[in-house]
Design a protein. Structure first.
Length: 360
């Protein structure tokens, strides 16, 4: 007679509900092959002058080789640091982003890079969601991560891709007024969002409307995820809004790191301890094509006590240490120049924990 033993419960391959549960597996981006994004008018609302100039003059051309190599070395160091802590690290495929492509309605001289997986992918529970991005040059950026996504899917992970946007001119007919800095660069023509405008708190997710994320996109996400997840749209005082992860960063249940100017107090966080991020120390002369120096806030939580922080951001390290966190310092300034820091450059595929509710 055969006795059947119950199979041991297997850990899900993809499972991540919060920004702070203990990290077990992560994608770390790669900048090799990256090129300057190609200019489109909707970028005007979000980019520093330096970036506007670079995108207009150099769209589709390779990033400066020396700077790129230094940034890729920092990404490799981050990967090694995480591996040294027992976290599984996977990397995207190398892609040549310098190839032109087009749709029936527009053309782009090239792509961008595979350095910022958080912009285009978000893990919600057991599912990897692919964002419908509004920058034309980023249309095929997910290709660098497709091999990984297919592999996760074949091993049982969920895979949800938003409808592919047409990105025709109607989408960029927003109501943004550069004089008053009011309104948004994109319209409600079709659903678009960047994954980095969402932030996960278990079965609650917060999102900001931005120059890359419209109401249509937020509503698509709401319906696609279903009633198990509540999506709360919250106001952020940022006329250049693009990606919430340098404005509001939850580090542990009840602990929220916020941008001192952009954060608008919200009843969802009435019982949370709020820490205003100290001013970043990045020199004004540092080349920044995409973002502000407030990337200092764009930290990566390894668990609810441990945070990866840019090594030279000493005021941030001091503030977080005083707040009870262990900081893991890693050099990342060269990566900053290409549009993100630790949170942007990673995708947390698996964390311990099973969701829960952390917001009222």
């Amino acid at each position: 007679m055969h006795t059947h033993h119950a199979e041991p419960a297997t850990t899900p391959v993809v499972s991540s509900f919060t920004e702070w549960d203990p990290l077990e597996e992560v994608v770390v981006g790669r900048l090799a092959g990256g090129v300057f994004p190609s200019w489109q008018d909707s970028m005007l609302a979000t980019m520093p002058d330096e970036g506007i100039r670079a995108f207009k003059e150099s769209g589709g051309r390779p990033f400066p080789a020396e700077h790129l190599a230094a940034a890729d070395a920092e990404l490799d160091t981050l990967a090694a640091t995480l591996q040294g802590r027992g976290i599984k690290v996977v990397r995207p495929d190398d892609v040549d982003y310098g190839r032109a492509f087009s749709s029936p309605q527009w053309q782009s001289p090239g792509g961008m890079s595979g350095g910022m997986p958080r912009d285009l992918l978000i893990v919600v529970g057991d599912t990897i969601v692919e964002a419908p991005m509004s920058w034309r040059c980023r249309t095929h950026e997910v290709d660098a991560f497709r091999g990984l996504i297919k592999s996760y899917f074949q091993r049982g992970g969920g895979w949800l891709a938003a409808p592919r946007p047409q990105l025709s001119d109607e989408l960029f007919d927003g109501d943004f007024n550069p004089e008053t800095e009011q309104g948004y660069a994109i319209s409600e023509f079709e659903p678009v969002f960047d994954a980095a405008d969402f932030m996960r708190f278990g079965h609650d997710i917060i999102v900001q409307r931005s120059h890359v994320t419209n109401e249509f996109g937020i509503n698509w996400m709401r319906r696609a995820l279903g009633p198990e997840f509540r999506i709360h749209e919250i106001p952020v005082d940022d006329p250049h809004a693009m990606h919430i992860d340098a404005s509001i960063v939850p580090l542990a249940p009840g602990k929220l790191l916020v941008h001192p100017e952009r954060y608008v107090p919200h009843p969802l966080f009435k019982d949370w301890e709020i820490l205003e991020a100290p001013k970043p120390v990045l020199p004004a002369t540092w080349p920044m094509y995409f973002c502000s120096a407030w990337l200092s806030m764009n930290v990566l939580s390894l668990d609810e006590r441990t945070v990866v922080v840019e090594r030279q951001e000493e005021p941030m390290i001091e503030a977080l240490t005083a707040w009870g966190f262990e900081c893991v310092p890693v050099d990342f300034r060269h990566v900053y120049s290409f549009g993100g820091s630790f949170h942007c450059a990673t995708l947390d595929v698996r964390r311990q924990g099973s969701g829960g509710r952390y917001l009222d």
